[in-house]
Design a protein around this ligand. Structure first.
Ligand SMILES: [Zn+2]
Length: 67
């Protein structure tokens, strides 16, 4: 199934039989990791890094800036 990379907008194929909602896939063009979401029966990629950004901010807030 064709999906679009949320980062570089490249379209690429992912195998519907070996991937499912919530899986992480890597864009062959830019290498960005994306999470598969399913909308109306179609695969749709969402950027993975937005989650990591939040975790990182919380982590840094506790560890680095309090001392
Ligand atoms: Zn990409």
């Amino acid at each position: 199934m064709k999906v679009k990379c949320p980062k570089c907008k490249e379209k690429f194929d992912i195998d519907k039989n070996s991937h499912d909602e919530g899986d992480s896939v890597e864009c062959p063009e830019c290498g960005a990791s994306s999470i598969i979401a399913v909308k109306k029966g179609n695969f749709h990629l969402e950027p993975e890094e937005s989650k990591y950004d939040k975790y990182e901010e919380e982590f840094l807030g506790d560890e680095d800036y309090e001392a």
